[in-house]
Design a protein around this ligand. Sequence first.
Ligand code: N2P
Length: 384
Amino acid sequence: MGCAHRSHAARPARRATAPAGLALVLLAACGGGPGGAGGHSTEKVVNLYNWADYMDPAVLQDFEKEYGIHVNYDVYDSNEILETKLLAGHSTYDIVVPSAYFLEHEIAAGVYQKLDKSQLPNLKNVEPEVTAGLAAYDPGNQYAVGYMWLSTTGIGYNVPEIRARLPDAPVDSWRMFFDPQVLSKFKDCGVAMLDAPINVVGAALAYLRRDPNSESPQDLAAVEKLLYAVRPYVRSVNSAQYFGDLANGDLCLVLGWSGDIVLSRARAREAGKKVQLAFSIPREGTVSNFDVLAIPAGAAHPRNAHLFINYLLRPEVAARNTNSIMYANSVITASMPWLTDSLRNDPAVYPPREVRDRLVPSRAKSPQYTRLLMHMWTRFKSHT
Ligand code: N2P
């Protein structure tokens, strides 16, 4: 533990600007030092950069117990932040967890190293459907491994609060968010939206019955109009606090991700709160994401990164992560026996085929469109 602590402190020292001697002293104190294949560090750590609440803490502890490798878990709350760090080129991370639609450009920009599949025998456990789906973003599956197979963008709501304000609320429709007449009814009990522009715009395009992956400036302008009309009723735009707020009863309606909302429902129940939550995938359809595990090009501990990724692909470990974070993992079938019954049968986590047919996986966007989108999004967020 002490070693892991020192190695954590040593991380900034590996940056070019820090005194090189310090890094060496700290590495030596950990019984390691530059060495191993390619001069990689032999410190017993792996630096993970991930979403908060996106891995079972007990899985981290068990990995450490089995391999003596400490996982430093650092958090971000948007793909955009992760990408900015990776592109700036001075990340100190060994494993990151981007969504597949970000992965495509990041691979092209050279921010990842190819996986050494000989160190990943548990790749055989990943559902073939997931691997095939990921190949659309990572041809040949060279850089990334599926982590969580499915997050859908949908509606989370506090059932009694919504019913009290609008008994026939259209909870299975995007009208809940994009019809100002409807949304205005819920302003007082708290409305939040993800700070994930591609997913929110995708949902709005589904509502408009347009292609959720459209890059047309006209479609974006139509979405901007919709978003401005509802902005007065949206209390917050974030992807990290909203599900805790929903569980506490501080919000009554969120445009959020499936697992987060299922998790907040479970937390509210555990806490014995009166908050009664539900999740719906709107009938107009929605966007879905895969999240993956990838190793940045400059990772200092690639061997440990491979060991940890391989560990996460054990069916039982994948199931424990799903049981904890409530997203469907990429191992799907092989992990099923270890899932809790309630999750295995939860259509919010494992949607039935007819619902899955309405899901449109988010795709990578061109740099030109991304610029337009980000400008629109910044205006939207600051608009009151
Ligand atoms: C975790 C959020 C995970 C991102 N709270 C879903 N794509």
